[in-house]
Write a protein that binds this ligand. Structure first.
Ligand SMILES: [Zn+2]
Length: 292
């Protein structure tokens, strides 16, 4: 199990998931029970998104006192949320989320990337509770990821470790949102598939679906061999939407590249988290920030 610093008797955590289309705030108990929750739609609050966020948090706290809050937010970001620029929220560019939330709410604020928050949830509440080391990947419109090694979510120098979507998988490859070419995200994400085929990822033909799975499998297989973990957990509408075939092809591709003896158990699994994964992850960002 991942070390998120959460004791079973820890107090419930206030959590916010900042997604592309909706913001959700909840109070989460350490056993993953969601004690209260509310959501707002991003497009209905375009003129004052931050004001709506603060109001949402105040509604959920309902007069109760919390000393800290965990936030999962789409990237990119700097300095653990000191500034965030979620790709799908154009109004927030270098938006000073951490200091603004701290000032508005008067409590300690911990922010991490949404894919990293999801990895915490997978390791603490999901399929990876028995894995000390694993990769977590979200294959949806974009591709986000995170790595847990020896029970710790790997941060890296700037807190951005685990951007598996920017592993180069093709030469020379297509231009990626990061400025490079041939990244996994530029070849196998929902937007890439739409761009390549002219149809939504949901409508992709079999060859496209298999190619997407193969690229994901090779990337995860390579990481398994380099970092010595057996299990990867994959979520996201594209991967889950492609179903069994995706996981069959991805596993075959992973095993074709992870061939060292210690890699014999390499396996790509479906994420065991349901729709509550992001908000549970946000709570774990809070507990981890406070206690770990
Ligand atoms: Zn890239």
């Amino acid at each position: 199990m991942i070390d998120a610093g959460v004791a079973p008797n820890a107090a419930p955590c206030l959590a916010v998931d900042i997604g592309a289309t909706k913001f959700e705030c909840a109070v989460v108990a350490p056993d993953s029970t969601i004690l209260s929750r509310q959501r707002i739609q991003v497009r209905e609050h375009a003129d004052d998104l931050f004001g709506a966020l603060v109001e949402l948090v105040r509604d959920v706290t309902d007069g109760n006192t919390y000393e800290f809050i965990g936030v999962g937010c789409a990237g990119p970001m700097t300095g653990r949320g000191a500034t965030v620029s979620p790709l799908n929220i154009p109004a927030w560019r270098n938006f000073e989320l951490l200091p603004l939330m701290r000032e508005a709410l008067g409590i300690r604020v911990y922010i991490d990337g949404d894919a990293r928050a999801l990895a915490l949830a997978e390791g603490f509440f999901g399929g990876a509770v028995d894995d000390a080391s694993f990769a977590s990947l979200v294959v949806s419109t974009g591709i986000g990821g995170a790595l847990v090694l020896d029970g710790r979510l790997i941060d890296g120098e700037s807190g951005n470790a685990g951007h598996i979507g920017h592993l180069k998988v093709k030469e020379p490859g297509r231009l990626c949102s990061c400025g490079s070419y041939g990244c996994l995200e530029a070849e196998a994400s929902g937007w890439a598939i739409e761009d390549i085929t002219g149809r939504s990822a949901k409508e992709a033909d079999e060859a496209t679906r298999r190619h997407c799975a193969e690229l994901v499998g090779r990337a995860l297989g390579t990481l398994s061999a380099v970092l010595d973990f057996s299990h990867s957990y994959v979520a996201g509408s594209v991967a889950l939407g492609y179903g069994d075939e995706f996981f069959e092809v991805a596993n075959k591709a992973a095993r074709s590249v992870a061939t060292l003896p210690y890699s014999s158990n390499v396996e790509i699994r479906r994420s065991a988290l349901g729709a509550d994964g992001p908000i549970l992850g946000a709570a774990l960002v809070g507990w981890r920030g406070e206690f770990s």
